[in-house]
Design a protein around this ligand. Structure first.
Ligand SMILES: NC(=O)c1ccc[n+]([C@@H]2O[C@H](COP(=O)([O-])OP(=O)(O)OC[C@H]3O[C@@H](n4cnc5c(N)ncnc54)[C@H](OP(=O)(O)O)[C@@H]3O)[C@@H](O)[C@H]2O)c1
Length: 245
């Protein structure tokens, strides 16, 4: 895939991996539109990268998702890449915390259903533009879950499975369906306590863009490939390893 002169929507582009992606894609002369809940974070991103287009949107809210789709169709009809990057996580015990099922619903809305809604809503416009792609961001934890994330592993595993299905159902459509699995990356996601093995957002995005340029459908960044192999050969070892980090 060529990574120049594209028009790209990155959900959750105001922080971490999405913000670094915005930097690197703008440096390569692409147009980048980002969305997120916090207007302050969006404005701070735009202060650093004045070329950015920012849209405030809470992806857990169906009507705001629909508004985002309408606004992008109206203002950015040249869109050819959708990157479903925004996600949230709850770190807790399923039975030991209040409102576990409400938290699970929220994570499903943001991590799984919003990517599906954006895919459905933007598909025909993407398809009518040149060299279109949908890129879904998941994690190595689809291969071995972390026990302190009761819903996150499941939402991302569902997105992984959906991405595989969408790729098969749309063969010949002209739209590339890609998945990028990240290892631990040192971003605000970890609330100041990143695991020792975390890689920098720069390294994570460099590897992602390298995989896209090579035309890969599934890009396993950093240690994810090892985790993938370990989960095939010795699944229990892989789960123990992930939970010891
Ligand atoms: N960091 C890691 O170790 C790691 C590892 C594997 C995979 N990943 C994946 O990489 C992606 C990016 O993670 P990150 O580390 O960059 O996280 P991050 O720094 O926490 O950034 C998350 C982004 O998503 C936005 N967001 C969250 N909830 C939203 C909502 N309801 N509506 C719209 N935007 C929302 C946030 O903005 P607002 O808060 O303003 O909404 C922010 O821009 C995620 O899909 C994550 O699962 C991360």
């Amino acid at each position: 895939m060529g990574l120049q002169h594209k028009s790209v929507l990155i959900t959750g582009g105001s922080s971490g991996i999405g913000l670094e992606l915005s930097h690197q894609l703008i440096a390569r002369k692409n147009k980048v539109i980002i969305c997120g809940r916090s207007l302050k974070k969006l404005q701070e991103a735009k202060a650093k990268l004045p070329e950015l287009y920012i849209i405030q949107c809470d992806l857990s809210d169906v009507s705001q998702c629909d508004q985002l789709i309408s606004q992008v169709k109206k203002e950015h009809p040249d869109l050819n890449i959708l990157i479903n990057n925004a996600a949230i996580v709850h770190r807790e015990s399923f039975l030991g915390s209040m409102d576990s099922c409400k938290k699970a619903e929220l994570e499903l809305q943001v991590n799984l259903l919003a990517p599906l809604r954006l895919t459905e809503g933007l598909w025909s416009m993407l398809q009518s533009n040149s060299d279109p792609s949908i890129i879904n961001v998941t994690t190595g934890l689809i291969y071995a879950p972390r026990a302190d994330y009761p819903f996150y592993n499941a939402t991302k595993s569902a997105l992984h499975s959906f991405t595989q299905v969408l790729r098969r159902q749309t063969v010949g459509s002209g739209v590339k369906v890609i998945e990028v699995m990240f290892p631990a990356v040192d971003t605000p996601w970890h609330q100041g306590r990143p695991p020792k093995i975390a890689i920098s957002p720069q390294q994570a995005v460099n590897e992602m863009l390298g995989g896209l340029e090579k035309g890969k459908d599934e890009i396993r960044v950093g240690g994810v490939n090892l985790l993938y192999l370990a989960s095939r050969i010795a699944p229990q070892f892989a789960i123990n390893k992930v939970n010891s980090l």
